[in-house]
Unconditional design. Sequence first.
Length: 247
Amino acid sequence: MLNGLTSQQEIEALKRTEDNIEKVKSFLENCISPNSLTDEVQEFFREVAALKGQSAEATLQEMMAGTRKYLEAINTEIEFKNDIPKDINKYVDKIEKLAAGIESCWDIFSGESRQYFRKIAYSFTEASSKCNGWQGLLIRLRLILPSLQKKEDLFSKYQKSFLIIPKAVAKAIELRKSKSTSKLWEKGQYLLNKATEIDNSEKGILLPYLKHLGRTPEEQLEKNQGAMAWAKARMEEIKKEYNGENL
């Protein structure tokens, strides 16, 4: 349950996105493996990086961090009592991690997942009204003791949490409205699907190797500094060309 209004329906809908995020995670892990930065992949990350006004390296790391947070969030169980999370801080942390994953990986999520995120954003916006009027008063009263124990205003924290995912979705959509990115998502989906078409035997060897030998994303980035340095240098060249420095 995300906002306390429905239970099993939202859990099931959220779980259906897990396959997509796992697919995204595998794609990103492959991108930071040695000799994996093909011209197509490099161009995609350069375009996303330019959109966000940061380096290709920072963009890739941001996406990796987002996938980890998203997966951690969907595996975090939240207990509710009277439609209110028993642990407000744990609940808000879950929502923030979901939002981070949604925003950072927007360009490579499937169309179905992105539509789901829009619906979730709308449901949160609608559900925020429960913190107003007599319902809001009841919630505030129920959170008085926990707030005193935690020495923080849990009601305000809970109230603000309803806007975290809507803001993340709105930001992702608005950013891409301001620039010409009509083909960016199609390119991301093409690369994502192409990555999953890798021979199963090769994929079966690669992913367990990374998992069982402790090859974390941080360790993989460390091993691939040469490739990432090249991507960063190339990004700087593109920026100079864009600014007319090489004209």
